[in-house]
Design a protein around this ligand. Sequence first.
Ligand SMILES: NC(=O)c1ccc[n+]([C@@H]2O[C@H](COP(=O)([O-])OP(=O)(O)OC[C@H]3O[C@@H](n4cnc5c(N)ncnc54)[C@H](OP(=O)(O)O)[C@@H]3O)[C@@H](O)[C@H]2O)c1
Length: 311
Amino acid sequence: MFGKKKQKPEIDKDQLQLIENAQKRIKQKRGLYIHCILFLIGAILLIVANVALGIGKDIKVMGVEWFVPAILIWLLLLLYHVFNVFVIHKFMGKAWEQEQLEKLVSKQQVRIEKLKQEFKKEEVIKAKSDLFNEATSGSALELESGIKSELTIIVAAAENDAIGKDNALIWHLSDDLKRFKSLTNGHHIIMGRKTFESFPKPLPNRTHVVITRQTDYKVPEGVIVVNALEDAIDACQGDKQPFIIGGGQIYEQAIQIADKIELTRVHESFEADAFFPKIDTTIWKETNNIFHKKDATHNYEFSFITYERMK
Ligand SMILES: NC(=O)c1ccc[n+]([C@@H]2O[C@H](COP(=O)([O-])OP(=O)(O)OC[C@H]3O[C@@H](n4cnc5c(N)ncnc54)[C@H](OP(=O)(O)O)[C@@H]3O)[C@@H](O)[C@H]2O)c1
């Protein structure tokens, strides 16, 4: 914003030439306009000089008063001027016209070529997204076996949607952990690299699918590493209910395509650096809600809420 030089608008050679030509035409027309006015005033003055003031009353040219041929000669000059402006200079010559035409054609060809390339790129993107949509269409994923798979987000979020701080959970709610374990047991669990690193070790009896942009990310045996959410979903073929288990970045992307959300709403607000996206209730319908009171092992009230994507 500050200290930036103002960029001068760039005018290419062709545009400059067009501007110069336009200026030339304006000058030519202005000259003709002034000539017309001078002619009218001059003709009147000549008539007045001869008829009213009697100047050269005795001078005749081919039997007529001298001012008649004088005005006729001036008129001829004026007509030549008109011809010059509107016919001779209307076009800047055939060669110039041809040159302009060729320039225009070559510019259009460059633009057509560019558009063709952009069109091709868009077609590739569309084909890819169609493929992805097909894989995740409607809501449930169609597995190779033909069974519908239900992509489920599982999350514990505070009232202010906080889910974590400094790559760790903010609370300890044993019943929530039990629920997480029982729901995800035997399934694929998809997570971002940071969430994976927040575990001391991989959880037993679950297939971990870790999303990272790194190409040489090292993981213990059995853990699947992918470079995109779509690839993570592909890696869950055969699983009727793969789970998205976080964190914030992955939830943000997965909420667009998931079928179900298993939310533990912790009824408090916390300072955090990772958040769950807002649940749009025009898209998500609450289908279950179980409230838990505070007790000796739970410092906060919380509710298990299930949302399902509306068809
Ligand atoms: N309350 C809960 O239920 C819950 C659940 C899980 C996690 N959490 C908390 O959430 C926090 C972590 O969440 P976070 O948002 O910081 O990180 P995250 O979502 O766990 O992981 C982010 C990482 O995932 C990779 N990634 C993200 N989008 C990608 C994409 N489109 N393609 C390829 N790779 C992609 C990147 O890894 P690279 O940098 O390696 O490329 C990125 O740095 C922690 O505090 C954790 O405790 C809370």
